[in-house]
Design a protein around this ligand. Structure first.
Ligand SMILES: [Mg+2]
Length: 417
């Protein structure tokens, strides 16, 4: 039996026999258009170093991959070089993506063409959007910044309108397996030994569908940590996409009761409307965006006030320029930017330079307090917490050198013009 469109519509007419004729649909009212400056291929990024050609051409991109990390060396035809880093974890996959899908956009181009190169790379990969392309793009993009800053004999932050400064850090716990009592003890120790004035703890369970890591952990952790560290310490809590809005609001009230000042990623991050509901309901500022790397999604998130504090990750975003675009969108909306930086590989270096430059920098740098041996010894000099602050490296470029002993053990791949 075959069905024609006519017999199908005829069946509907019988089913709806009580109605004589459906009214003509009214044209749907359109909501007023929100301002929509293009986020890719839009107005030039407003940094002087990108306005004037260097006359150089990028000739090679090499990846040095070891474990969770892949660093990038970019060279130009005069022998200059810059160093960057791909986003950590699955670094070998991202390094392959760099050589297959990203490097071709950089080779042969002037380093000062960075805005166009980055945008063309995103557009060309529109069938493979975001995650791995952006992770890989970060490696090449951050290497260009290092090269441009070394040519100018200045730190990267100075090229984007800042100056090196000590940045207060919040000690960021990555652990949900730690008991409330042990978490409180280690935060007190870090407060006393390193001078941290802020911390973040983990509540609920990662993507936990309203469940806790174990029953009662969050209800015990929130007051236990507050009591232990004292009232003068700024406390933040991260839900890692755990909650539906009613549960998020309940946990948010508990955080408010104990004077926490930032509730991060309360709902599955892709559920912007859920997050916006929680943000509207709570007095406590809601933070989010660490997973987001689509600039148009950022524009929507900011326009709808899904969060109060934006948290782009330089390495997930595809590098410094795209993160600066998020920070500028947030600045226009009057929102602070507290970037995500969850380990002590180079993402924290990039974030220090960003925070040292943007006018809407939040008060703290995220600084992992976990032992991550794989990120140790990657670059010199190592970061240090001095009285709760982390100084922005002030030497030219990113201000750190990738350690030769680390490079020796890495697997090398190369793309060249
Ligand atoms: Mg987080």
């Amino acid at each position: 039996m075959t069905h024609s469109r006519r017999s199908f519509l005829g069946g509907l007419a019988v089913a709806g026999a009580a109605c004589t004729r459906a009214p003509e649909p009214e044209p749907r009212a359109r909501p007023a258009a929100a301002p929509t400056e293009p986020v890719i291929g839009g107005p030039p990024d407003p940094y002087p170093v990108l306005q004037e050609k260097t006359g150089l051409k990028i000739t090679s991109l090499e990846t040095f991959t070891q474990g969770h990390v892949s660093v990038v060396r970019l060279r130009t035809d005069d022998g200059s070089e810059g160093w960057g880093q791909i986003s950590t974890y699955d670094a070998d996959i991202s390094a392959t993506v760099l050589h297959r899908k990203v490097a071709g956009h950089f080779l042969g181009r002037d380093p000062a063409d960075l805005s166009d190169v980055v945008d063309r790379c995103i557009e060309a990969n529109y069938k493979f959007p975001w995650s791995y392309v952006c992770r890989a793009l970060t490696g090449a993009e951050t290497a260009v910044w290092d090269l441009l800053a070394k040519r100018a004999d200045r730190p990267v932050c100075a090229l984007i309108g800042g100056a090196p400064r000590p940045i207060p850090a919040y000690g960021s716990s990555m652990s949900r397996t730690i008991s409330p009592g042990d978490e409180a003890k280690r935060l007190v120790r870090l407060r006393d030994e390193q001078g941290f004035r802020a911390f973040k703890v983990r509540v609920g369970k990662e993507n936990g569908r309203d469940q806790d890591q174990w029953p009662g952990r969050t209800e015990a952790l929130v007051p236990t940590v507050r009591r232990a560290v004292g009232e003068s310490i700024s406390l933040k809590a991260d839900g890692n996409s755990c909650y539906t809005p009613p549960k998020a609001i309940e946990v948010g009230r508990l955080l408010e009761e104990h004077a926490y000042d930032h509730f991060e990623e309360p709902c599955p991050y892709w559920e912007l409307e859920w997050t916006a509901e929680v943000t509207a309901a709570l007095d406590l500022p809601v933070a989010g965006g660490e997973q987001d790397n689509d600039l148009a999604q950022w524009r929507r998130m900011i326009a709808m006030r899904a969060v109060d504090i934006v948290q782009p990750d330089v390495c997930y975003m595809g590098g410094l320029l795209r993160t600066l675009r998020v920070a500028r969108m947030a600045e226009k909306a009057g929102m602070p930017c507290v970037p995500h930086a969850a380990n002590l590989a180079m993402v924290t270096i990039f974030t220090l330079h960003l925070l040292a430059a943007i006018p809407n920098a939040g008060p703290f740098l995220e600084y992992s307090i976990e032992d991550t041996p794989w990120a140790m010894g990657l670059y010199e000099p190592a970061l240090e917490v001095v009285n709760g602050d982390v100084p922005t490296p002030a030497a030219p470029g990113w201000g750190v050198r990738v350690s030769p002993s680390w490079l020796e053990k890495a697997e090398v791949e190369r793309s060249e013009a």
